[in-house]
Design a protein around this ligand. Structure first.
Ligand code: DGL
Length: 276
């Protein structure tokens, strides 16, 4: 049997930490490597090809560290790069039994139970919205639901710059919530379809009209991963089980550690790496 190794978790920056926390809570036995491409974040306003290239570089890097399974804990990367990686890159790579999973499918699969009105808003980066991945996936799996995708271009920069608790963040949070709810007042569930957005959750909840449910992805992705590992014991046996975590960033390690510790309330010691 091949040597056992950690699960790789990738995001453009800090956002994927919200997914990682939920995964580690549900599946604490495994080892993890978290990689944030903070030096090139945000991805959400970048072009299709650039996001594809950056994501592929990150996946390759995590494969080189031995990870047999990588989670793209980033909607933008999942929307723009996952299909290409699964269909073109994996079959031809050195070890085609490795797997890469995203966050969009597990989120859509959980939507059925969330809305009474059948009208659901998707708050995401401009990149995710322009790919219409949520709309397409919902049309395929749950065609009776109506989906409204809304881009919140300033929310990721606020989080990446450590401004998620600031007064300035109130302006941008209120602006987007008001915009989506004024256009579609029938919405009764809003999905935080960007892994950075849970970090703005207290402010989002503050401006949300009563009766509108907020859906975050962490627990959905974690239970979908648990289910995947039950269905794929051949992958499960390849995962190392020490409960360890290594944090990697493409930006300054100290800065990553300081900001990450705020978001996941534990001490984070990161290591800077280069990917290209
Ligand atoms: N956290 C990422 C997502 O879920 C994207 C953030 C970015 O724009 O880099 O979409």
């Amino acid at each position: 049997m091949a040597q056992q190794a950690p699960i790789g978790v990738f995001d453009s920056g800090y956002g994927g930490l919200t997914i990682l926390s939920s995964i580690r809570k549900l599946l604490p036995q495994y080892d993890y490597i978290y990689l944030g491409d903070n030096a090139r974040s945000p991805y959400g306003t970048r072009s299709f090809d650039v996001i594809k290239d950056f994501t592929l570089q990150a996946v390759r890097f995590l494969f080189e560290q031995g990870c047999p399974l990588v989670i793209l804990a980033c909607n933008t990367a999942s929307a723009k790069a996952l299909r290409e990686i699964q269909q073109r890159y994996l079959p031809t790579c050195e070890d085609p039994t490795r797997r890469v999973l995203g966050v969009i499918r597990p989120t859509v699969e959980a939507l059925e139970a969330t809305s009474q009105s059948g009208h659901i808003g998707i708050l995401a980066t401009p990149g995710t919205v322009s790919a219409h991945s949520y709309l397409l996936e919902v049309q395929k799996l749950l065609p009776h639901l109506s989906i409204y995708e809304h881009a919140c271009p300033m929310w990721v920069p606020l989080v990446e710059n450590g401004e998620s608790q600031s007064e300035g963040a109130d302006y941008f949070v209120k602006r987007e919530i008001d915009a989506v709810m004024q256009h579609h007042p029938e919405i009764d569930a809003l999905v935080l379809a960007c892994t950075h957005y849970p970090l703005l959750r207290p402010k989002i909840e503050h401006y949300l009209p009563e009766g509108v449910q907020l859906i975050a992805q962490g627990e959905l992705v974690a239970s979908s991963l648990q289910d995947y590992l039950h269905r794929h014991p051949e992958m499960e046996v390849r995962l190392s089980t020490g409960g360890g975590i290594e944090y990697l960033t493409t930006e300054c390690a100290d800065r990553f550690g300081n900001l990450a510790s705020i978001f996941i309330s534990e001490e984070v010691k990161a290591r800077r790496i280069k990917i290209d």
